[in-house]
Design a protein. Structure first.
Length: 186
């Protein structure tokens, strides 16, 4: 039996097939046959709407096995963490990973649809590992957003990936290594 990994794409025209698919292929290659990467297309990717993405994510989360790893890239990461904070799924994830995610709230990006994330607002158990990754050369989401997440989620592990852009240079080998080494089922 393989372990499930849900990968939530970022937003923008053509991102699913033209950008984040490269991240998914890298992750699949690096994780190998012991993992199944699920990569749903999010609704209206060119103009992400929190209510629409939340509905789609809750549907995807409801189909996952207990212990599945959930990963969100860019705005997909921001939406993922907010959805989990608001409405924790019945099946407990094995880990939550955010890749180059913008922080929505004070000091970060503002949103009319999403309330700011605070530690007290997160409804997920403290024993779920949260890992936050950001490229040092990201010119779309400032690296300071990683520190804002670290403040809101103090038990999270943060990693700055040197010389990696917003797409992490289409190389998720470091993330795959962390998954295989540190995120084994309990």
């Amino acid at each position: 039996m393989t372990r499930q990994v849900l990968f939530v794409q970022g937003g923008g025209a053509g991102v699913h097939d033209g950008w984040d698919d490269k991240l998914v292929r890298s992750l699949e290659r690096e994780l190998g046959e012991e993992y199944t990467v699920i990569y749903p297309r999010m609704p209206d990717e060119a103009s992400p709407s929190y209510p629409a993405w939340k509905t789609a994510l809750l549907d995807e989360l409801s189909r996952l096995d207990e212990g599945a790893i959930v990963i969100g890239h860019s705005i997909g990461g921001a939406v993922l963490i907010h959805v989990l904070a608001e409405q924790y799924p019945r099946q407990k994830p094995g880990a939550i990973l955010l890749l180059a995610a913008p922080f929505l709230g004070e000091g970060g990006w503002q949103s009319d649809e999403i309330a700011p994330l605070t530690h007290s607002a997160t409804g997920f158990p403290a024993d779920i590992p949260v890992l936050l990754y950001h490229g040092s050369a990201d010119d779309e989401v400032p690296a300071e957003h990683l520190q804002l997440y670290a403040k809101a989620l103090p038990s999270a592990t943060t990693r700055v990936l040197a010389q990696r852009d917003h797409q992490l240079n289409n190389d998720l080998s470091d993330i795959a290594t962390d998954i295989r080494r540190d995120l084994q089922p309990r």
